[in-house]
Design a protein around this ligand. Structure first.
Ligand code: PMT
Length: 400
């Protein structure tokens, strides 16, 4: 992604402290960040904080003579690639919905033609108020993007909707709007991620080490490239992905059902999930009591989701599987590619340092009938971009 010009508007709300992390992180990534603060925002965080974090003058006053001699709200608006307001108070949302421009922030917002994102943060009652909901709907209809609030403990002591998402989640949404190269526009991609969890009894289960990071990286990369992405994930501890329709499941059977419900509507299916091959034949309804001696569990096969999808594939559908191996990686992966009738299989091995489960990096080999392409150690985000480029640009993969 190129370095871009981002305006961060800050309005009056305690969540403004989280915007400090956002501004700092965007600056560290190399973007130019201009911060505009409303009068009330300055009661929560000082302009000096944002000036220090952004390395830029902070704009608070339309008529200040301290700024360079040009019409600031217009020049800032013209240069911006993205305008995000975080936190966006009920007051600023109401002003924006009605085209009110009575300070530096709202005037610049009105003058901007770039992508715009509001991150509402307020008390649940204020957010649920029909007036606020009406104003948000007007903003949506005007083409302004809204990042939904989180639920949880609010600074006022209430618990409910209205929390501002963490900086990481806002950044994820920002990335999506900063990507102007969208080669996958018009494509519909189904991606699976994470482990599955197979219950033994109400207390215990069988699972594996998958974190879901590889599948999420693919979903993020596909979304940023313009695809319409559906993500089916097993139990993971990852931030939800903005702009991705997500279905959460637990077991292999549930993942099977979810994939079967969705795969036909997609032109590409990517199975990065580590699906359990076996589940306990019987799930005890009560906790199994500890007794002397060993305990044997009978395991039975789960459905092979990838094989099932491949055998019912629609014309023109691209099917991409993953293979996690501990030995003879390429031969085993090729065998899987043929058995499961995939267009591509992405092979990775836990024997290689930096590859496989949990970490932020991977070493993958893309296998198809025609070619075997090995990628070096990459971040999972970069590996995902390379996998999509290789498998989805140009000609369709020919089956293994
Ligand atoms: O989630 P991370 O921590 O980031 O780790 C990433 C990963 C290692 C999980 C990922 O890169 C990966 O390799 N995913 C596939 C792991 C796996 O289960 O491989 P497999 O060789 O057992 O399965 C082969 C393929 O069949 C996979 O696409 C799998 O999704 C699919 N499968 C497996 C079993 C089953 N019952 N149904 C399936 O569809």
């Amino acid at each position: 992604m190129k370095y871009r010009n981002i305006i961060v508007g800050v309005t009056g709300g305690i969540a403004a402290y989280k915007t400090c992390t956002l501004v700092s992180s965007l600056k560290k990534q190399g973007h130019t960040v201009h911060v505009l603060m409303s009068a009330n925002a300055q009661k929560f965080v000082s302009p000096l904080t944002f000036q220090t974090l952004s390395g830029q003058k902070v704009y608070t006053d339309m008529f200040s003579t301290d700024y360079e001699p040009d019409v600031h709200h217009i020049s800032l608006a013209k240069e911006a690639d993205l305008f995000v307001i975080a936190p966006a108070s009920a007051d600023v949302i109401a002003k924006i919905a009605n085209g009110i421009a009575d300070d530096m922030l709202t005037t610049t917002f009105l003058a901007s033609r770039c992508e715009k994102l509001l991150v509402p943060a307020m008390n649940t009652g204020m957010l649920d108020n029909p007036a606020t909901q009406r104003n948000l709907e007007i903003c949506r209809n005007d083409g302004i993007h809204i990042l939904e609030s989180d639920s949880g403990y609010l600074a006022c002591g209430d618990t409910g909707r209205g929390r501002m998402p963490e900086a990481e989640e806002i950044e994820d949404a920002i990335k999506m709007y900063l990507c102007t190269d969208r080669p996958l526009t018009g494509r519909k991609i189904l991606i699976t991620a994470g482990p599955t969890r197979e219950s033994i009894d109400p207390v215990r289960y069988i699972t594996n080490h998958s974190s879901g990071k590889m599948g999420y990286a693919l979903a993020r990369a596909a979304r940023n490239a313009g695809a319409d992405v559906t993500l089916i994930n097993g139990p993971v501890a990852l931030q939800p992905l903005y702009g991705v329709s997500t279905v959460s499941v637990e077991s292999a059977d549930e993942m099977y059902q979810a994939v079967m419900n969705h795969y036909e509507k997609n032109d590409t299916v990517i199975m990065a999930a580590a699906v359990a091959d076996y589940r306990p034949a019987l799930v005890n309804t009560q906790k199994i009591k500890k007794e002397d001696g060993d305990l044997s569990l009978t395991l039975m096969r789960t459905p092979d989701i990838l094989k099932e999808v491949s055998s019912h594939r629609k014309a023109g559908q691209t099917i991409i599987g993953f293979a996690m191996e501990t030995e003879d990686l390429l031969n085993n992966a090729r065998k899987k590619c043929i058995e499961k009738n995939c267009d591509y299989i992405i092979a990775n091995s836990i024997s290689e340092k930096g590859a496989g489960f949990q970490g932020d990096t991977n070493i993958v080999t893309i296998i198809s009938k025609d070619a075997t392409v090995s990628l070096p150690l990459l971040s999972k985000d970069e590996a995902a971009v390379q996998i999509l480029k290789h498998c989805l640009s140009g000609k369709k993969g020919s089956k293994c």
